[in-house]
Ligand binder design. Structure first.
Ligand code: IPE
Ligand code: IPE
Ligand code: MG
Length: 246
């Protein structure tokens, strides 16, 4: 029987990159605290780094990148912090994303954007429309995203199809459910990097990360550099993925 093991180094000895990379951008608050600054300044520094790392991923040929920017649980934070994050999102959708679009990046948003204010929703829509005309790296920006909410939403739409008689219950397969997720058509996550030293998933892409490699790094997100990313990519390339096989 064919082995399911996947050696991450290609036969030519070239390093194999993850097709789909996810980054949990964590540690902005601690970065600010260490400097005696308000948390919002940490988010500002994190947003600047977001731009730098995305550009770097695009330059090295990552096919698909998902950046976790705001979770469905982050609304629990103080009103001022959430407000500051929304202001930052607007600024970034106006400036940085224009640049990504110039670089042929397919910008997409994953998560429930219907709760954002009208201005932010318009920016999201505009960026997505422009993103659809590109064919470079796919960039999923996860905003008001939760892995559980995503699966619930997928289950609901499958249930509606069954109710309408367009799908049989036996036709609810892993493939069918995958096709209802925000990431339909994209490869599953190969690698998830979490800076800030926290060993947890925090509701990030629960379905898509079933066999993803995890790398936790003891660096706060605003300090995370392309060199740190290179280190993680080397580590990934040296891992032996078995997918349950031998
Ligand atoms: C991540 O940094 C940014 C968001 C969740 C929006 P944090 O704000 O969680 O930073 P820490 O974890 O408190 O340091
Ligand atoms: C995860 O970070 C969410 C994002 C980075 C957007 P959190 O800081 O919200 O996660 P917890 O609370 O430490 O698990
Ligand atoms: Mg955090």
């Amino acid at each position: 029987m064919k082995s399911t093991a996947q050696n991450n180094s290609s036969q030519e000895g070239q390093r194999v990159l993850p097709r789909h990379l996810g980054i949990i951008m964590d540690g902005n608050g601690r970065w600010a605290k260490k400097r005696g600054l308000p948390r919002s300044m940490g988010h500002r520094a994190g947003a600047a780094n977001f731009k730098k790392i995305i550009r770097y991923c695009n330059s090295i040929g990552i096919e698909c990148l998902t950046m976790y920017a705001f979770s469905t649980e982050n609304w629990k934070r103080p009103k001022e912090e959430v407000g500051a994050l929304m202001v930052l999102f607007k600024q970034y959708l106006k400036d940085a994303l224009k640049e990504f679009l110039k670089e042929n990046v397919q910008v997409r948003f994953i998560g429930d954007s219907s709760v954002f204010d009208e201005g932010l929703q318009t920016l999201i829509r505009k960026n997505e429309e422009l993103g659809r005309t590109k064919n470079g790296m796919i960039l999923n920006i996860a905003m008001n995203y939760g892995g559980r909410a995503e699966i619930v939403q997928a289950a609901r739409s499958l249930a509606k199809q069954v109710q309408a008689g367009t799908r049989k219950p036996e036709e609810i397969t892993e493939e069918a459910l995958s096709q209802q997720l925000y990431t339909a058509g994209q490869p599953d996550l190969d690698l998830v990097i979490r800076p800030s030293g926290e060993y947890r998933i925090s509701n990030f892409m629960l379905w898509q990360s079933a066999y993803a490699e995890y790398i936790v790094m003891d660096i706060l997100w605003p300090d995370f550099t392309p060199e740190n990313l290179e280190w993680a990519l080397d580590e990934y390339a040296n891992r032996n993925r078995r997918f349950g096989g031998v």
